[in-house]
Design a protein around this ligand. Sequence first.
Ligand SMILES: *Cc1c(COP(=O)(O)O)cnc(C)c1O
Length: 408
Amino acid sequence: MSLSPTSDIAPSQTVAMTEPPRNRRLGLDTVVCHAGRDPSAHFGVVNPPVFHASTILFPTLAALEAKAEQKIRYGRRGTPTTFALEDAVSALEEAAGTVLTPSGANAISTTLLANLEPGDHALIADNVYGPCRHCGNEVLRRFGVEVDFYDPLVGSGIEALIKPNTRLIWMEAPGSLTFEMTDVAAIVAAARPRGIVTVVDNTWSGGVFFKPLTLGVDISVQAGTKYISGHSDLMLGTISCAEGSYERVKAFAQRLGICVGPDDAYLAQRGLRTIAVRMRQHHANALELANWLALRPEVTRIMYPALENDPGHSFWKTHFTGASGLFGFVIRETDRRRLAAMVDGLRLFGMGSSWGGYESLVLPTDPRVLRSATVWSEPGQCMRMHVGLEDVSDLIDDLEKGFERLGR
Ligand SMILES: *Cc1c(COP(=O)(O)O)cnc(C)c1O
């Protein structure tokens, strides 16, 4: 599997990176190593330092009066630490600019609220991350926004769902828990001529394997908590915008007082340096494990677009350069005691919310409760697996014993 080269570092960056070689597009691995860094601005220190700051002092009355022209003027508005991360994520997502938020859930709510007004209509995919659905149902509706959920497999059929007041279409490719691959290109083709803002939750690909903005999507949102961090030790959201959306989202986030702490921003930019190499290994490990699971008699279905027989495979193959470590699978109907025996005894797979760290996780899920436009009728127990960076043979060993306990 190879990663395709990406464009140059986003030109809108204001914090310089180390001088790139001229007249050549930089490869993605190079971009994530260098974007947003400027050692010469910090005594040659390789990583952007952690600036803990609220007050920024201005030496003279004239400087104070001119502070609106200063990029660094108050802690909440950003520091060299947060600007470095914004620029690096913009380079990764090929975006005009990125707004950082304190969590992925906040990146979702901020993006929705920044782009919708009372009387507007929003279309949200039925397989979105749960809190995105809840934000639509409980927050948007409260503020007078009409919300409809749509079948993620609708493709160009989205046209029939668009109303005169539709202002935003939300996608997640592939979706949470069930991993259907939405035809992002078809939805963009319907939305763009009508001036409808399109958003993709790009957390699954880490921004490494999928570049929604290059397909004409307006905004790519990520839970930086997941693969950007890569180490399960911080909360972060990123909103990466095309030219036409950036100022609006940025200004709105400022009005809400949204900012992230310097230590988390620092850790996230450190995680980002290794994201490309980590993602390739997540892909390789997950593919091996998924192929092993496919041969297990207990497993009735695997939801992973990287597999050839997955319904989303052809879209994935066309628009993605790799697959992450996260996929779903279904095991035959079982009882709670057996399921508990299986998962409680796993030594290498943890159970808990989130994913995207270096370690493997497994989680029983129930997609039925997070749907309204479609019905999840697949019999059996749904599971979500995050395949980490361990030796796959050890993971298989652990799971094999788990399946033995399940069968007892
Ligand atoms: C985890 C997740 C989020 C939310 O991120 P948090 O940082 O946990 O708030 C958003 N979208 C997707 C697809 C996620 O998996």
